[in-house]
Design a protein around this ligand. Structure first.
Ligand SMILES: Nc1ncnc2c1ncn2[C@@H]1O[C@H](COP(=O)(O)OP(=O)(O)OP(=O)(O)O)[C@@H](O)[C@H]1O
Length: 564
């Protein structure tokens, strides 16, 4: 509001200057007095200075606010993104999300800042200049404004074209960022398969298309300025011709003609800005629509009216009741009628062929996904009725592909902990058998991992990931094939230590190795989305089914490797 007030004030000053010039010229024509020259010069300078100060204030208000709005929008976007379900990230590429977070937010900022500023300025100038011109000479004003309808039509046509082309550019920009991001993540595959040249040509293809789409926009955009200058030029010619004739016929003073031409000059920039602003509005509109699509994405998995906020913690008993689950409506069921019970404090395992649904099953406990049918219960209560924060705070999930941030090892281990301590770091790295490795790191626990530091081996990553889960002191620990990159000896050591740590807590282990799961209280064998066998190791061997078969195969493999 202040900015708009400053626009009005600065325009009042600016618009007054040609009136001063007109008066000076007309006065000086009749009476060439030096004092009059000085007086008018001072008046023009002072008016310009005042208008200039207000112009400075306009930027200090409107542009500053637009930056603050941009900040808010970016924060809102980030907060929203953080709460979106896993499903969203699996259906949208990182590049696409990045494009929204950068260029779309900038385009919206251009609207709330420069576009608001220039459109108000332009409107205000027209609003002030037009009555003055009409008051000075109605006929000449009407002649000067004759080309205006042409202008509106041209703007309308060009704006429509810009909108379509800009949307296409943004879409391609998303593709381009996705391509780059995927390439960086998969650089090891690219290099080992010697696909650099292929990747270069693929990127060139995308990049060329992006260039082409930009060129299409440039073509339309470059039409803008010539059109505006042409129309402005037309107006000036009309004023010169008509005004000149009127002066010759003594119907107009030289000062008024001069003021008219100055006003026309003052209107040229707003007219150009008008086109520019129209352009910005179109781009912001396209960008805001893209952003709104993300803002309207539902949280899906969040607390609801069913949530009982009196629940502050969990004990760790888990039950699946007739659970069916599919990833999307048109996809087949991954889990089909699963019913099972995991008593508090027990250690159970899930085993089965790859792709059988083990990860999908455990993801339902921490509500990374919600069931399609049936219910998952913790302590006898539907998991949906327990506050999401309580559920996740008490579940230590060690995912299949361990991920560590580019930060110190200590910060990575303490990621889920609100008050970290060296004792805790020592303790969890002892249990997860990471301590020995840390001794060889350049700065111990303060060693930076990732981009700016060292890269851990697969097994070290898995153990760091386990230590991070243990640090939150979970009631339920879920290990999703977490020892696949750890040798069997270290694995045994970890399991031994975990046993005392996990006393009274519930542990769920997913593994392909019989040696990992054989000591569990209960083992569930999954097949075709159902539980095919369940029992402890001895019972399952006795059953002589899938588990026993797997056991025999792995025994045979072991014997063969010993022979070798
Ligand atoms: N986000 C997803 N969207 C669609 N389908 C998925 C998704 N994640 C997994 N699937 C499919 O669900 C099935 C079960 O996958 P899941 O990861 O649960 O298997 P798994 O038993 O843990 O396998 P593995 O032992 O190889 O880790 C697979 O057929 C897989 O293709």
């Amino acid at each position: 509001m202040l900015g708009i007030l400053f626009i009005i004030l600065s325009n009042i000053g600016g618009v007054y200057i040609p009136i001063l010039l007109r008066n000076s010229i007309d006065e000086l024509k009749n009476n060439l007095d030096f004092n009059l020259v000085i007086k008018n010069t001072i008046l023009v300078v002072v008016t310009s200075a005042v208008a200039g100060v207000f112009r400075f204030m306009i930027r200090q208000t409107i542009i500053v606010v637009s930056r603050e709005i941009e900040f808010d929008l970016r924060q809102d976007f980030w907060q929203h993104i953080q709460k979106l379900p896993l499903r969203f990230f699996q259906n949208n590429s990182t590049g696409n999300i990045m494009a929204h977070a950068t260029s779309d937010i900038s385009a919206v900022r251009m609207f709330v800042g420069p576009a608001v500023m220039y459109s108000t300025d332009t409107g205000m100038r027209f609003f002030l200049i037009l009555p003055i011109m009409l008051w000075m000479n109605t006929t000449l004003t009407l002649f000067a404004l004759l080309p205006l309808p042409l202008l509106s039509f041209a703007v309308y046509l060009v704006m429509k074209k810009i909108h379509v082309r800009y949307t296409k550019i943004q879409e391609k920009f998303s593709d381009l960022t996705t391509k780059a991001q995927e390439n960086f993540s998969g650089i090891r595959v690219v290099k080992s398969y010697l696909r650099e040249d292929f990747e270069i040509s693929q990127f060139e293809k995308e990049s060329n298309e992006y260039l082409k789409r930009n060129m299409d926009l440039v073509k339309v955009r470059s039409l803008f300025q010539p059109i505006f200058y042409l129309i402005a030029g037309l107006s000036s010619i009309i004023v010169l011709w008509k005004g000149g004739t009127m002066i010759m016929n003594n119907q107009l003073s030289l000062g008024t003609m001069f003021a008219f031409l100055t006003y026309l000059l003052m209107l040229i920039w707003p007219m150009i800005a008008f086109g520019w602003v129209a352009n910005m509005i179109q781009q912001a509109d396209a960008s805001m629509k893209r952003l709104l699509k993300i803002f309207n994405e539902p949280y899906e998995i969040s607390d609801s009216e069913k949530t009982d906020f009196n629940i502050k913690t969990i004990d760790g008993e888990i039950e699946f009741r007739n659970v069916k689950f599919r990833y999307r409506e048109n996809l087949p069921l991954v889990l089909n009628d699963i019913s099972l019970k995991i008593p508090k404090g027990s250690t159970v395992a899930f085993i089965g062929n790859t792709g059988v649904g083990k990860t999908s099953l455990i993801n339902l406990i921490a509500r990374l996904y919600d069931v399609t049918e049936g219910e998952v219960l913790i302590d006898g209560k539907n998991v949906k009725s327990i506050p999401l924060e309580v559920v996740r705070k008490n579940i230590g999930l060690v995912p299949q592909d361990s991920f560590l941030f580019s930060d110190t090892l200590a910060n990575n281990l303490m990621y889920g902990v609100s008050n970290p301590s060296q004792e805790l770091i020592d303790f969890v790295s002892e249990v997860s058998q990471l301590k020995k490795d840390v001794e060889s790191f350049p700065n111990g626990f303060e060693t930076i991992l990732g981009e700016r530091g060292i890269t851990l081996s697969g097994g070290q990553k898995q153990r760091a990931s386990l230590a991070r889960a243990l640090a939150i002191n979970p009631k339920i620990l879920i290990l999703d094939d977490s020892f696949s990159a750890v040798d069997t000896h270290t694995e045994e050591e970890i399991l031994k230590r975990l046993k005392s740590f996990m006393k009274d807590r519930t542990s769920i282990i997913i593994s392909h190795r019989i040696s990992t799961v054989k000591d569990c209280d209960k083992i569930f064998v999954l097949e075709n989305g159902k539980i095919a066998e369940e029992g402890n190791h001895d019972e399952l061997i006795e059953l002589n089914g899938i588990y026993a078969d797997l056991h025999n195969k792995q025994l045979l493999e072991e014997e063969l490797s010993e022979l070798n």
